[in-house]
Design a protein around this ligand. Structure first.
Ligand code: NAD
Length: 277
């Protein structure tokens, strides 16, 4: 996957199109996550890759979970190491229980504890007609996007203590629905509710649980799943899609001391689409 890390730092709006912008060249880290250990699912690509690189620039070591692309994972590792931090690569399918256990064993072995868990891996299979959504697709989408997230978070929490953070990626589609992503948007609604429920359950332990609900963002997921992307992102007030570099700073905020009195909240990054919640 190609990235655009050499973007024009003078431009306020990253150029749309071929290459996702992972991090603004003029993004200055300020040790907001110095010494922290962060585990990011789907960290090889798109939003997760941008989060990994921002976390590294803010001083965190990262581990990324990815399903397939060694090239993308190695590119993330290269970008993280360029920031002077370590990047552990964990390859496998999060919907597989034994792989989730392997990830946790590896994190325990390498780090002993975990400060930040970013649940970001996700899949979507657009279908214009509900008739075309197979039971297999429904199960796969729910297994990957929400069922494994709940189970994995439960097990990761055993390594997390006071001050640590869980951050989940939901979506604007959780709030306004999506006529062509019926099963996917339903998983994103479940994620929003999971965030609120877990947040209240563990608030007294001072483990904070929040989320980010992106609108249309230029990532490989978009190009891989939609046949025609010419109108992608054109129906919000800003009339454009966002870049991963415009989403990842919210994950930094939610992982840092700056958000120490916020839990159960979701930050909407969608170019001005007004959504309740
Ligand atoms: P992406 O395809 O670039 O990255 C997703 C990554 O998730 C993949 O690279 C893969 O490694 C990982 N993944 C998928 N299934 C997995 C599995 N079973 N096990 C382990 N890893 C798995 O996508 P993205 O656009 O960066 O999406 C990241 C998150 O943001 C997703 O949850 C997506 O639903 C959400 N989101 C994206 C947009 C958008 O417009 N791009 C909008 C709203 C929400």
């Amino acid at each position: 996957m190609k990235t655009q890390n050499q973007s024009d730092s003078k431009s306020e709006v990253p150029e749309e199109g071929l290459y996702p912008e992972i991090i603004r060249e003029n993004y200055r880290g300020s040790d907001k996550l110095k010494g922290k250990k962060a585990l990011i699912s789907g960290g090889d690509s798109g939003i997760g890759q941008a989060v990994a690189v921002h976390y590294a620039r803010e001083g965190a070591d990262v581990a990324i979970i990815y399903k397939e692309s060694d090239d993308d994972a190695k590119e993330t590792q290269r970008l993280v190491e360029k920031e002077g931090k370590n990047c552990l690569l964990l390859k496998g399918d999060l919907s597989d229980k034994s792989f989730r256990k392997e990830c946790i064993d590896e994190i325990k072995k390498e780090w002993k504890s975990l400060d930040i868990l970013v649940n970001n891996a996700g899949i979507q299979y657009p279908k214009d007609d509900i008739e075309n959504i197979s039971d297999e697709q429904i199960h796969k989408t729910f297994d990957t996007n929400i069922i494994s997230m709940i189970s994995f978070t439960r097990d990761c929490l055993k390594m997390m203590g006071s001050g640590s953070r869980v951050i989940c990626t939901t979506s604007v589609t959780a709030y306004r629905g999506s006529d062509h992503l019926i099963d996917y948007s339903s998983t994103k609604g479940a994620i929003a509710t999971f965030i609120r429920s877990l947040a209240t359950n563990i608030a007294e332990k001072n483990i904070l649980v929040n989320g980010v609900a992106p609108g249309p963002i230029w990532t490989p997921l978009v190009k891989e799943t939609f046949d025609d992307v010419s109108d992608f992102g054109k129906d919000n007030p800003m009339k454009r899609a966002g870049q991963p570099s415009e989403v990842a700073p919210a994950y930094v905020f939610l992982a840092s001391q700056d958000s120490s009195f916020i839990t159960g909240e979701i930050i909407h990054i969608n170019g001005g689409d007004f959504v309740g919640g």
